[in-house]
Design a protein around this ligand. Sequence first.
Ligand code: HEC
Length: 175
Amino acid sequence: MKRWALTLVAILAAVQVLLACGPSSGEESGQKPQSEAPTEEVTVAPTEAPVPEIEGTVDGADATDAQLVAVGEVLYQQHCASCHGAELEGQTNWKQRDENGFLPAPPHDETGHTWHHPDEQLFEITKIGTEAFVGMGYRSNMIGFEDQLSDSEIWAVLAFIKSEWSPRIQRAQPK
Ligand code: HEC
């Protein structure tokens, strides 16, 4: 008797789960869809984590500022990781132009040459993109982020990237 009751409870639970996950009930029962209301798409990817606030305005990529680095890490994963890699590893064969003459995204870790640039240049590249930064009709897939990130947020991303470098590479970066 008890077993039977447990099974029933389990079945009810399963039905509830199915109902909750299934398509909107109207369609199932052959009725006309209730309204034109668009189905809400909720994507909960880790990259959609809320971005912590930056306090005040930031004007530099201080890799020792733990709070700034933490914000930068979230922003990096949201805006940069798709090309530059979650581990800053870049795309494979990043030194090889593709058939259209575009360079792949280079790593931002020590194996790349991000650290060969002073902070100000990294800021400009990130803000306006490589095409505008290089000029002379240079074509690149590195877009500018000025519409998506505030100046402070760009500095935060750069602070995060720099915080991943060893002290030796941090010292070697031109000022
Ligand atoms: C759509 C892919 C893509 C995304 C997203 C992207 N990048 Fe890039 N990035 C590139 C490519 C490709 C290059 C190489 C451009 C070239 O030299 O033509 C590049 C180059 C760079 C460089 C120059 C590195 C060097 O060694 O000279 C910096 C700095 C940079 N990206 C920062 C960022 C930051 C910060 C973000 C996120 C806010 C970001 N990128 C997001 C594709 C991307």
